[in-house]
Design a protein. Sequence first.
Length: 97
Amino acid sequence: MYAVSFYDPDPDTTPERFQRIVEAYPRHKAYLDAFAAETGDVLMIGTFGDPGTQGSMAVFRSREAAERFRDSDPFFTEGLVYRSRILDWDPIVFAES
């Protein structure tokens, strides 16, 4: 079973908070790159149209991998994630590449 992780943005975000997210992004990206290379557990990750209002999501090989990633992600550890949700996902169909 796969897992989908959602980071929901703070609906009352301020310019200062957004600036903290911008400043934390290089640490988040470095962590993501290392985690993905070491584990192979990140299948896809990205933001929705406007991440400031719509947030982001990632698909992991397992709930355990999603929790491990989130729990050490600088966005999460630095208090920049308003709400995090992880849902188990059982895909039925994969597209042919």
